[in-house]
Design a protein around this ligand. Structure first.
Ligand SMILES: Nc1ncnc2c1ncn2[C@@H]1O[C@H](COP(=O)(O)OP(=O)(O)OP(=O)(O)O)[C@@H](O)[C@H]1O
Ligand SMILES: [Mg+2]
Length: 460
């Protein structure tokens, strides 16, 4: 069941019950008021007639005087007047029709005979009308000698009561209508916003992130629409990042593949006559394959680091030992390139908690960069020292340096500067991720033509 149906439905039921209770009460009151009024008028007349009889005719015989009495009683009344003897015999009737039936059959007459006023409401069998009868005892010397009875038709009263009730019911229906229309309208404003949001969500579930939910009002639903839209924007952005990433990865993979393919075709057509060319070609294919492998490895690494899917295994690390080890490992390459590689390490360095392999990966990345971008006779220095809160490891070279406008980009994935080196441009972004996972910071300063200094800040 929809929210609108539920809201409007319960609202309707409440209004209906309230109006129905009010209507019933009002109609009952009107009924009571009208019938009670008719009864009171008849009762007054009957009482007046009885006291008239008591004053002026008490000494005389009722049966003999009945005709005179009747004309006196009916003189001031529009009602039918009857005079009945104490035995129940109808003596006079203002309609002139005298029935032979015993009037004691009527409850009001019976009560009057026993000395009390009586009323009776019922159906007149001869005219088939609703009637009201009021009987009053006629007393002479404390003895009931007969009964005066006033009878009136209720047809008019019933008609009036019905008319008033009809008006009440009409007003009640109008009230329901007036109250229900804004209810339906209000619930529609709520549910239409929800329906729109639902539609937008459905489109998004189908993969369409370009949709925008309409914000109709500045209420909770409006806020929901806003949140929804920013969620969609976020997803669009992610989608864009993903697409960019895929296209740059494919582009990066294409370069070595093109070179390999080119050499394979060349070697194939030369049929291995030229030994020197064969050697060159195979060497290039070998390095390009290595480069591809390394790139794929780095990409996998990067994706894992980026998703936080790699949990570093923290253990105590001796920075001094680590740097010494790396220095030894890279010394032959530096010597080959005629670059001096020196270490300047503070021996009071504290032991830190870290992932030794990952830190080694970062340092090798940095020194690899320095070796790549430093010419012969250049120098590379590694520093390690500490201040109160941090341990600082720096790699400084006298290489090509980085132009100021490129400095901000070096941490981006696939950024390789102007030089088309052999790298994939992932080294620094992976290094930055790893240092971040150590709650540290990676900073780079450089002067074009002078050299570069990369600093790693690790918390103690
Ligand atoms: N020491 C440096 N001297 C000069 N330029 C540098 C230095 N370190 C980094 N750069 C610049 O920053 C770019 C990005 O470096 P990064 O290590 O991320 O990628 P890469 O070395 O090109 O590739 P990879 O490390 O994946 O093999 C480099 O291509 C280079 O232009
Ligand atoms: Mg690098």
């Amino acid at each position: 069941m929809s929210i609108q149906k539920r809201v409007v439905g319960s609202y309707f039921v409440i209004i209906l019950i309230t109006v129905a209770i009010l209507e019933c009460m009002l109609i009952a009151l009107v009924n009571f008021y009208y019938f009670h009024n008719v009864e009171r008028i008849l009762m007054n007349q009957a009482e007046l007639s009885a006291s008239f009889y008591h004053q002026y005719f008490a000494d005389e015989d009722l049966e003999k005087q009945s005709e005179r009495l009747l004309s006196g009683f009916s003189h001031n009344s529009a009602a039918q007047v009857q005079i009945i003897s104490s035995t129940g015999q109808l003596l006079q009737d203002s309609t002139g029709l005298l029935t032979s039936e015993n009037m004691l059959e009527y409850q009001d007459v019976q009560e009057a005979c026993s000395g009390k006023a009586g009323t009776w409401r019922g159906n007149n069998s001869s005219t088939n009308e609703d009637i009201l009868a009021v009987s009053y005892p006629l007393q002479a010397k404390d003895r009931t000698v007969g009964v005066v009875r006033f009878v009136t038709s209720l047809t008019e009263t019933v008609k009036t009561v019905n008319q008033v009730s009809a008006i009440f019911i009409a007003v009640g229906l109008l009230v329901i209508f007036i109250v229900a229309i804004p209810g339906i309208f209000l619930s529609r404003t709520i549910t239409s916003s929800i329906t729109e949001l639902e539609l937008a969500a459905q489109k998004m579930a189908e993969g369409d992130f370009s949709i925008k939910a309409n914000k109709r009002y500045r209420d909770e639903l409006g806020a929901l629409a806003d949140t929804f839209n920013s969620m969609a924007a976020r997803l669009r952005q992610n989608e864009q990042i993903k697409n960019d990433f895929i296209s740059s990865v494919s582009h990066e993979l294409r370069t070595p593949l093109t070179s390999i393919k080119g050499w394979v075709v060349t070697l194939h057509s030369s049929e291995g006559d030229d030994k020197a060319m064969l050697k060159d070609g195979l060497e290039i294919i070998d390095t390009e394959t290595d480069r591809l492998t390394r790139m794929v490895d780095e990409l996998l690494d990067f994706a894992k680091l980026d998703n936080g899917r790699i949990a570093l295994s923290f253990a105590p690390v001796q920075i001094q030992e680590l740097l010494g080890h790396i220095g030894k490992q890279l010394a032959p390459r530096a010597a080959r390139q005629s670059i001096s590689l020196d270490l300047d390490i503070d021996d009071t360095l504290p032991i830190i908690q870290g992932d030794e392999n990952r830190l080694k990966q970062v340092l090798i990345n940095l020194i690899d960069n320095s070796l790549k971008f430093t010419g012969p006779n250049g120098s590379i220095k590694m520093y390690a020292y500490s201040n109160q809160q941090q341990i600082i490891i720096a790699v400084e070279d006298t290489g090509s340096g980085i132009a100021e406008q490129d400095l901000a980009n070096v941490f981006q994935k696939f950024y390789k500067g102007n030089i088309h080196g052999t790298g994939s441009g992932l080294g620094l972004s992976i290094s930055e991720q790893i240092i971040k996972l150590h709650h540290g910071q990676l900073k780079i300063t450089s002067k074009l033509g002078k050299g570069t200094r990369v600093e790693i800040y690790l918390p103690k």
